[in-house]
Design a protein around this ligand. Sequence first.
Ligand SMILES: Nc1nc2c(ncn2[C@@H]2O[C@H](COP(=O)(O)OP(=O)(O)OP(=O)(O)O)[C@@H](O)[C@H]2O)c(=O)[nH]1
Ligand SMILES: [Mg+2]
Length: 320
Amino acid sequence: MAKEIKNINPGFRKGPGRNYTLEECIQGVKHRHTDVLSFLISKAESHLDVDQAFVQNVISETSIKEDCRIIAVSGSPGVGKSTFLNSIGADLLHRSHNIAILPVDPSSRISKGSILGDKTRMEDIAHKPGCFIRPTSSSSSLGGVAPSTSLAVSICQRAGFDYIFIETVGVGQSEYEVRFLVDCFILLLQPGGGDDLQGIKRGIMEMADIVIVNKSDGELLNKARLSYDAYNTALKLMLPNKWGWKTKALMYSSVDHTGRSKEIFSLIDKYFSQLINEGNLFKVRISNSMIQFEKYSADILLKAILKDRKVSSYISDLSR
Ligand SMILES: Nc1nc2c(ncn2[C@@H]2O[C@H](COP(=O)(O)OP(=O)(O)OP(=O)(O)O)[C@@H](O)[C@H]2O)c(=O)[nH]1
Ligand SMILES: [Mg+2]
């Protein structure tokens, strides 16, 4: 007989069953009402124009918290992204920060699997006040990150979170797209013994602002040190990015992190201080908005073309 699984996902809550009016949503966003935020993100994921317009109305009636930090945490499947967010998220909550975590799941339309996975990996923080976790699906997008993820970030910015994290699986397209949604890009890597550098696409290293060799603990610690040295050597040869930041590497363990998150936070603080002091944070966001505008206009145009009856019958003729 199948064993009963208890508490597999204690943090999981069913989506809100009720509708909210525009005014309730505006107030809900201002007061960081998590059910309203989830409701709005569901609307953002909808393909209906009326839902998109509703979200846009809420966005235009609320203002963003300028000093929030929008950070991507990317890396290959199983590298420890959710556990990492659980670890640093717990520290941030302890320091009375509010955090939103938006895991982007390329497969959720099929399996809904990582909705369970992400929340169970973040069980230390999932129930805590000040923490909002809302997985979003990328499956509706032509690329890796759905337009709804960008709207979800916008909604969370208006809800006044201090930190907004996007968790993306670093396979192919998604990390390139998420780069242009965030202020800071953290790349998590697995300890590999130092000869693993060839396996990492150079472009991905160049995109990262902070590289973290995760799982630097137990039997993996020696391998992690070798990887860290190899990445550091490679990073020294790389030029600063266009905002003058030089990518830095750190070792971390999300399961044995006693005292270690200090290093992460001081590096994140340094990164944001440099951007702000040199007046570049605003420029980064403007530049990101322009890139998103181009991408989503192209998406909308392509979808409209594909909807055209003549085009779709031509395509089905071709594929016969
Ligand atoms: N030893 C060790 N194990 C870790 C660490 N971080 C995560 N893990 C383990 O690695 C496995 C995957 O962790 P997740 O946090 O789910 O990884 P993920 O990158 O979010 O996975 P996906 O979302 O499926 O791509 C789990 O078994 C974790 O317990 C770490 O710092 N040290
Ligand atoms: Mg995960």
